[in-house]
Design a protein around this ligand. Structure first.
Ligand SMILES: *Cc1c(COP(=O)(O)O)cnc(C)c1O
Length: 377
């Protein structure tokens, strides 16, 4: 049951104008035929989808309305839809995990709901009430709970997103939107155990600039990042390390992960200056590290400092943080054609401890003193 629907008025201010316009129940339309589930071992990321999806419409003057869980199917969209031409689109990425008693668990889901609305504000998309986000997601997972795999380290990837659907050319905010949640089973990210990756520092393309949309999870950022990612892959690197768009000296993040370093005994990560995505895994790592009695310096880190630390051996550990891999140890970083090994290409002890702690909480294997894990069904 959805109790409040936003009647959104002002896309340029931070203030959400909330008014209850309707009380609507989530309509459930079950699929007549259920799909056969693909084997989870070796499953490619994001290729198979569960039987259903959650949808919610927005129309100007009416607000968000008609929440429903329906069979997974193609959308019908005007070829002039604003999303297709001007990328008025935002998304989230999260996972559902199978707990030891067969329960379905989410990791800090309200953080995703909040970040979606922070993204929405930047792209002039009307905010979705957190309650609707959560209720819609829960209804979908209850219906598709058999899609949450139970093999070790597997999960159900969840992709909530909002697209601008008005069929009218011209660069203006859309008058109608579609909020959708789809889910896709994912296998173990590290089938052979946690393994270090090689990354390449990108010094021509930039991902984001301050004042732009770097802190926003939007499709537009990704369109701009594909070329550098492709070049890095062609040279045998798994990710690009992005530098800031102004000085091209400051480290920002790695591919679609935030990045952290242990340099000379201190833990450092780029500060959230507007061009870095505020990752929920990043935030969780900082909170965990603090709870272990260490500080995390959120500050500027230049590529020169990093290369120097790698050369003089003070770069003890480096790792990426993000929902997909949770923690990705970085074993090698290349800059201007010169490669630098980190911690002898091995996994650092802090990196390993973060990975073990967060994944144990996500799969419900350990005491969760932060109450990060939320049982859905
Ligand atoms: C999603 C994302 C991250 C990681 O965020 P999490 O909430 O930890 O998954 C980092 N960088 C970019 C660019 C992202 O899109």
């Amino acid at each position: 049951m959805i109790k409040s629907i936003i009647n959104y008025k002002n896309p340029t201010t931070n203030k959400l104008k909330v008014s209850v316009t309707a009380v609507e129940k989530i309509r459930i339309e079950k699929s007549a035929v259920l799909k056969e589930k693909p084997p989870i071992e070796g499953i490619p990321f994001g290729k198979y989808f569960s039987d259903h999806m959650f949808l919610l419409d927005y129309d100007e003057g009416k607000g968000w309305h008609d929440p429903r869980v329906v069979p997974f199917a193609d959308f019908q969209l005007s070829p002039a839809a604003v999303v297709l031409h001007y990328a008025q689109e935002i998304f989230e990425g999260m996972k559902a995990y199978r707990g030891p008693k067969g329960e379905v668990l989410l990791f800090r889901p309200t953080e995703n709901a909040r970040r979606l609305n922070s993204s929405a504000e930047r792209i002039c998309i009307p905010p979705v009430p957190e309650e609707i986000f959560m209720d819609g997601l829960k209804s979908l997972l209850e219906l598709d709970k058999d899609w949450v795999p139970s093999a070790p380290d597997t999960s159900l990837y969840i992709r909530p997103f909002i697209i601008a659907t008005s069929g009218q050319l011209g660069v203006h905010a859309s008058h109608s939107y579609l909020f959708a949640i789809i889910t896709s089973p994912v296998g173990s990210y590290y089938p052979e155990g946690l393994a270090p990756i090689r990354i390449m520092i990108e010094n021509s393309d930039v991902r984001a600039v301050r004042g732009g949309t770097g802190y926003v999870k939007c499709g537009g950022n990704y369109g701009a990042s594909i070329r550098a990612g492709k070049r890095a892959e062609e040279q045998g690197f798994s990710q690009v390390l992005w530098l800031d768009g102004v000085t091209r000296r400051n480290i920002e993040e790695v591919g679609s992960m935030n990045v952290m370093f242990k340099i000379n005994g201190r833990i450092v990560t780029p500060a959230l200056t507007g061009s870095v995505l505020p990752g929920i895994t990043r935030k969780s790592c900082i909170e965990l590290i603090n709870s272990w009695g260490f500080e995390v310096d959120e500050r500027e880190i230049t590529v020169d400092e990093l290369v120097k630390a790698a050369e003089d051996g003070t770069l003890e550990e480096a790792w990426g943080t993000g929902t997909a891999a949770v923690i990705s140890p970085i074993g090698e970083v290349s800059f201007d054609g010169i490669s630098h090994k980190i911690s002898g290409g091995k996994i650092g002890s802090l990196t390993q401890r973060l990975y073990d702690t967060i994944t144990d909480i996500q799969w419900g294997k350990t005491e969760d003193k932060f109450s990060w894990s939320v049982k859905v069904c």
